[in-house]
Design a protein around this ligand. Structure first.
Ligand code: F3S
Length: 292
């Protein structure tokens, strides 16, 4: 059995930075809150909860302590509210997302209509939209461009995890709707690189394991990319989810992981597959010996 592990598996730079900030904050005295779950990974979130981190879905009942803004970022009114409450704020908005906030704020104040390519209900998009007073058109499908009004000037940005394909198709159509269109491709390359590598591996292997939280959209996307090239693709959250019987001796196994999967879970999966390999190879050898 041959195991190929993607080099770009697991935490991206922005998520690693955010998670490390929470652990660092736990070493200091005082109550620690995260504004929403720090990442879309139940195992990490549970571990942090056990260490005392409280997930705040809103700020209503929080009067003191430290609150951590996750990599998705937040709209400006949330910063104001945190400040008004006198909370200590640790802002680990990913710098790539912060760049989108700054662009949106700048072009909105210059009178441009903002268009965001992304999922309307995603916290990152809701955060970005706040930087233009929630006035953006949010488009997630090229067809939706047709329903937009004609615009004299507009600025288009992307949710960082948007696919290049979707972005290109939407921007192309937008040109016919806008006289003066400012285009900022704010897609994070981490996602594209991870997806391209996963696709390349899926084409070479018999079994593909995609590790990540069930509610992580980038993990689901990775799964569908891999599934298109490798029939035996499995989405798993931890090593316990591996379908042992689906892996045959001699299979080539590929492993990738979404941006919110910690290193220790990836390692557990690699160890489990290696162990499986030893066991299955061992049983084959035993069988051969008996036949002899
Ligand atoms: Fe940031 Fe890109 Fe990760 S935008 S949070 S480094 S996927």
């Amino acid at each position: 059995m041959n195991i190929i592990v993607a080099k770009n598996a697991g935490f991206c730079f922005g998520v690693r930075r955010a998670v490390e900030a929470v652990y660092k904050q736990l070493e200091r005295p005082g109550k620690v809150y995260t504004y929403g779950p720090i990442i879309h990974n139940p195992q990490v979130v549970e571990e942090l909860k056990a260490k005392g981190v409280v997930i705040a879905e809103d700020l209503e009942h929080i009067e003191e302590g430290t609150i951590i803004i996750r990599s998705h970022g937040v709209p400006p009114h949330v910063y104001r509210l945190m400040k008004d409450k006198g909370l200590q704020v640790v802002d680990v908005t990913c710098p790539y997302v912060k760049r989108v906030h700054n662009l949106v704020s700048k072009y909105h104040s210059k009178g441009y209509q903002i268009v965001i390519v992304g999922e309307k209900e995603h916290p990152e998009v809701m955060g970005i939209n706040g930087w233009c007073d929630n006035s953006a058109f949010v488009i997630n499908d090229p067809e939706q461009v047709e329903s937009l009004p004609h615009m004299a000037k507009a600025c288009v940005v992307a949710q960082t995890t948007t696919s290049h394909q979707k972005w290109d198709a939407i921007v192309e159509r937008l040109h016919s709707k806008v006289d003066q269109l400012e285009v900022f491709n704010t897609i994070c390359n981490t996602t594209a690189v991870r997806q391209a590598e996963a696709e390349a591996i899926a084409k070479m292997v018999d079994v593909m394991l995609v590790i990540g939280g069930k509610n992580s959209s980038n993990t689901r996307k990775l799964y569908s990319i891999c599934k298109a090239h490798c029939k035996k693709t499995f989405a798993i959250e931890t090593a316990k989810d591996i379908e042992v019987n689906a892996i045959d001796p001699g299979d080539k196994v590929g492993i990738t992981a979404g941006a919110s999967t910690p290193d220790w879970i990836i390692k557990e999966v690699i160890d489990m597959v290696s162990q499986l390999n030893d066991e299955k190879t061992g049983s084959t050898l035993n069988g051969q010996r008996q036949d002899d």
